[in-house]
Design a protein around this ligand. Structure first.
Ligand code: ADP
Ligand code: MG
Length: 461
């Protein structure tokens, strides 16, 4: 029998086998290959050791019956052999397939992850490591976040990033998210603002109808992930339930060895509403501070901003802006954006003169320090700087002191520790003053006006 005849014979037999044997046997039949037919004995090979055993032990008679029928030979027999080469090629094929499937799954997961992050969490595409300009002032924070992104849950867990507003906390935190989705799409990342977390919790726990189901969904959402990014934890409410829930989320992730990253405008111990339990948890990892940018960093940030947006500039313009906006990257960028928008709308070149006109900064530069704030505030209240920095509880003096403390934080971006040192006061006293003014500004119009006037005297907006 030549090979064509042999294959055709085997083709008929195989078809019959598939037709008459139960479906769960088909995976053992399909890979069978014919190798010979001599003296009524059909030899087939398989790369599946288990397939060989099963067919021989359980289906030998069924198979034989079909062979006899098709060959019209009552003396036919069948030998099923295991073939190592066939086994190897089967293994290779299935590995290839598995790899392909895994790759496809990874891709799908990455896309899912990405759209999830972007749509669900408003992840800002600008907030990537590539867009973060490193200088002496933020080098440590940058290196630490980068290391967390590369090796989550290894060394720094939780990572607590703190510093005043506009210094790049959210940017660095989200950079971890972006980096992770692209480099390791198997990991799931969730970015959440503390306020959103709280609202989500309240909505789900209040809805009595399906509260168990809702809470289990809530828990899944915040703990069935590999990296959680919780932004602005200082907004945590003092409500017991919210705190406990946050603690639960934290412990659940931490115990599973998941990475937790938190930002705050201050240290955990300086958040008055925070429970001791949460405070301890936040402090147990690494805490890194972001401080106001140095001159070179400010200049470099503007340079990148201009280049990325294809804006023609003179160095003197960047120099001028970075001399005048010193405490806060958001304001620094805001100033540059105002100037470049003005130039564009008026089709004018971006010159130093134009920048000066648009920004109308004080010629001396408005590098504001604690001294200047103390000086101007005490002059505003007609008291002396010594009184302001002293410990008098006179109403006017303590109001002036509170305002000076508030402005010291807002206008310099320096830490509460620095301010406490300057005023020679205990740390909680400084926090109390700052929070008091900040809260009162929400409702007290007179205070808003006063602060505006003092800022004008300081020549800042
Ligand atoms: P925070 O969360 O600390 O208030 P953000 O992360 O929102 O501050 O940063 C404010 C703005 O400044 C963002 O547009 C951010 O991209 C930008 N920014 C801050 N630091 C840098 C930096 N080192 N390089 C580039 N942009 C920065
Ligand atoms: Mg932020």
């Amino acid at each position: 029998m030549n090979s064509i005849e042999l294959n055709s014979l085997w083709g008929q037999i195989k078809e019959q086998l598939i037709d008459s044997l139960p479906e769960n046997v088909h995976p053992w039949i399909t890979p069978l290959e014919v190798s010979g037919y001599d003296n009524g004995v059909l030899t087939v090979v398989t790369g599946q050791l288990m397939g060989k055993d099963i067919l021989r032990k359980k289906y030998y008679n069924d198979i034989l019956k079909i062979i006899k029928k098709i060959t019209h030979n009552d003396n036919s027999d069948i030998v099923i052999l295991f073939d190592e080469n066939a086994a190897k090629s089967i293994k290779k094929e299935s590995e290839k397939l598995q790899k392909k499937q895994a790759e496809a799954l990874q891709k799908e997961k990455a896309m899912e992850n990405l759209s999830f992050m972007q749509s669900y969490s408003n992840l800002n595409l600008k907030y990537k490591f590539e867009n973060f300009v490193v200088g002496k002032n933020n080098e440590f924070a940058y290196k630490v976040t980068r290391s967390v992104a590369e090796n989550p849950s290894q060394k720094y867990n939780p990572l607590f990033i703190y510093g005043s507003s506009g210094l790049g906390k959210t940017h660095l935190m989200q950079a971890i998210g972006h980096y992770t989705i692209f480099k390791n799409p198997k990991l799931t990342v969730k970015y959440t603002k503390t306020e959103d977390y709280i609202n989500d919790f309240i909505t789900n726990s209040r809805n009595l109808k399906n509260s168990v189901e809702n809470m289990s969904k809530f828990n899944k959402k915040y703990t069935n992930i590999d990296i959680i990014l919780i932004d602005d934890i200082q907004f945590i409410e003092s409500k017991n339930k919210t705190m406990l829930q946050m603690q639960h989320t934290f412990d659940s992730l931490y115990n599973k060895g998941k990475q937790i990253v938190i930002t705050s405008d201050r240290l955990p111990k300086d958040i008055p509403t925070l429970t001791k339990a949460l405070c301890t948890r936040f402090e147990q990892g690494l805490m890194v501070e972001l401080v106001p940018p140095e001159k070179q960093n400010r200049f470099d940030i503007l340079k990148k901003l201009a280049q990325d947006n294809g804006i023609q500039y003179e160095d003197s313009v960047l120099d001028y802006i970075s001399e005048h906006f010193v405490n806060n990257v958001r304001e620094l960028e805001g100033a540059f954006n105002r100037v470049s928008a003005y130039a564009e709308i008026n089709s004018a070149p971006l010159t130093l003169e134009l920048a000066k006109n648009v920004l109308k900064c004080d010629e001396q530069g408005n590098e504001i320090d604690f001294n200047k704030i103390a000086e101007v505030t005490s002059a505003f209240y007609s008291i002396s700087s010594d009184e302001l920095k002293g410990s008098s509880r006179n109403q006017k003096v303590s109001l002036a002191r509170h305002i000076a403390i508030y402005l010291s934080r807002e206008l310099t971006g320096k830490s509460f520790v620095n301010i406490a040192e300057y005023y020679n006061k205990k740390h909680p006293t400084i926090l109390f003053a700052y929070d008091k003014v900040k809260n009162e500004l929400l409702t007290n119009k007179d205070l808003v006006k006063t602060i505006r006037e003092i800022k004008q005297a300081l020549k800042v907006r």
